[in-house]
Design a binder for this molecule. Structure first.
Ligand code: FAD
Length: 383
């Protein structure tokens, strides 16, 4: 009866379910181990009626018109531009560290020299990876690079990843730039916003189709058995000859046969306040103080009006399978080699499609995972 089984109801699984159900008119069974759809983008109202992001703050931003247009079928948007401040030497300065931050932190003459040299060397409106700036030979730029490295980058990165920046793949550290600009926004993408009624409503609209059935609170292995020898699958004990789209952890699918893929996990501590607002922007980073990395106040993101407010503090922690949630893949040569071994296994079966942040051991922003799902639909499923 079902042509597809999709494991996981985050963006990867949900986009594909919606496409298959509406464009191919085929039946889809979605299996989700949590008690809700939406994966990590899930949001809900807390006990004081504030819309919170249960798995950490999610801000939507994309350069890809196709992705924005596609999601706009399921939501209107609150046009929000995220801003982040970092507490550096007791001052709150714009993050990523930019020309405004420089003028807030350094004496006027020095700040002006740095600004001039940054623009001369890298151009205005350019993002310079912090590790690249450290290679500068000019005395002022070298001083700036070392200052940012010590005060903004090192503490945050070490807290977040539990290792020094040099031990991480450059694609992770490369994400942290110095921004040669006066633009205080955290993202510069053409399309930025938050789903007006929240992400969960967006997912519910996406998945509300007669061809889509959703089984919550179920680890897929309880109902679907995949024989790794033969590639044959059984769904509820019956032979299943449709396709399986898997968005869970790739190592779990293969029973950790090559070992576990390491991740970083997070502990979220929500705090409720009986006042309208507690911080001036959506997120404040604490690179050097305390043992949490950042605090986000949801009402900035969602534009909700209330005389109460809720924040979330993020504590980075080691991932322990079965105890907490894998959030960020730890990319380094060893781990990517391990992932490659699993990836080779997937290729042996033509009834499997692996997609998403866990199945591809890849940090994806939401827009990138939507783009990937739309591409897979067009190139591998609808063709
Ligand atoms: P997920 O959303 O993780 O969905 C996978 C689903 O599979 C989950 O629901 C899971 O329960 C289910 N599953 C796993 N194993 C099984 C199993 N054995 N059986 C059944 N179901 C299973 N992106 C942005 O664009 N902007 C942001 O601001 C942003 N902030 C983020 C903040 C944090 C703290 C984190 C961790 C990520 C953030 N992201 C952000 C990234 C975003 O969360 C991902 O792009 C998105 O979740 C990827 O979707 P997915 O479907 O691949 O994975």
């Amino acid at each position: 009866m079902f042509s597809y089984v999709i494991i996981g109801t985050g963006f990867a699984g949900s986009v594909l379910a919606e496409r298959i159900a509406t464009q191919l008119n085929k039946k889809v069974l979605m299996i989700e181990k949590r008690n809700h759809v939406g994966g990590n983008a899930y949001d809900s109202y807390d006990s004081q009626g504030i819309l919170i992001h249960n798995y950490g703050p999610h801000i939507f931003h994309t350069k890809i018109k196709k992705v924005w247009d596609y999601l706009s079928n399921f939501t209107d948007w609150y046009l929000y531009h995220h801003k982040v401040l970092g507490v550096i030497d007791g001052k709150k300065v714009p993050i990523p560290f930019n020309l405004n931050s420089i003028h807030q932190v350094f004496p006027k003459n020095l700040a002006e020299r740095m600004e001039k040299k940054l623009i001369e060397n890298f151009g205005y409106n350019k993002k310079v990876p912090i590790l690249k700036l450290r290679e500068a030979e000019d005395k002022d730029l070298k001083f700036l690079a070392d200052y940012i490295y010590e005060n903004v980058f090192l503490g945050y990165t070490t807290k977040q990843w539990g290792v020094t920046p040099e031990e991480l793949d450059p694609s992770v550290t490369g994400r942290v730039p110095v921004y040669v600009s006066r633009d205080d926004r955290y993202f510069q993408d053409h399309y930025q916003g938050m789903p007006k009624e929240g992400y969960t409503k967006l997912f519910e609209r996406m998945l509300n189709h007669e061809n889509i059935k959703i089984l919550l609170n179920t680890d897929y292995k309880e109902v679907l058995q995949f024989d790794l020898e033969t590639g044959e699958a059984k769904l509820f004990g019956q032979k299943f000859s449709g396709k399986i789209i898997y968005t869970g952890p790739i190592d779990y699918f293969f029973n950790y046969k090559f070992g576990q893929l390491p991740y970083r996990s997070l502990n979220f501590v929500f705090e409720q306040f009986n006042q309208e607002q507690v911080q001036e922007v959506g997120t404040v980073n604490y690179p050097n103080d305390y043992n949490f990395t950042r605090i986000t106040e949801f009402k900035h993101l969602t534009n909700q009006s209330s005389d109460k407010t809720t924040t979330v503090k993020e504590f980075s922690q080691e991932y322990i399978p079965g105890e907490n949630i894998p959030y960020y893949p730890i990319k380094n040569d060893r781990n990517l080699e391990l992932y490659r071994l699993y990836r080779e296994e997937v290729r042996k079966y033509d009834n499997l499609i692996f997609i998403g942040r866990l199945a591809e051991y890849q940090y994806y922003d939401m827009d990138m995972v939507v783009a990937k799902a739309l591409k897979i639909f067009e190139e591998r499923i609808a063709k």
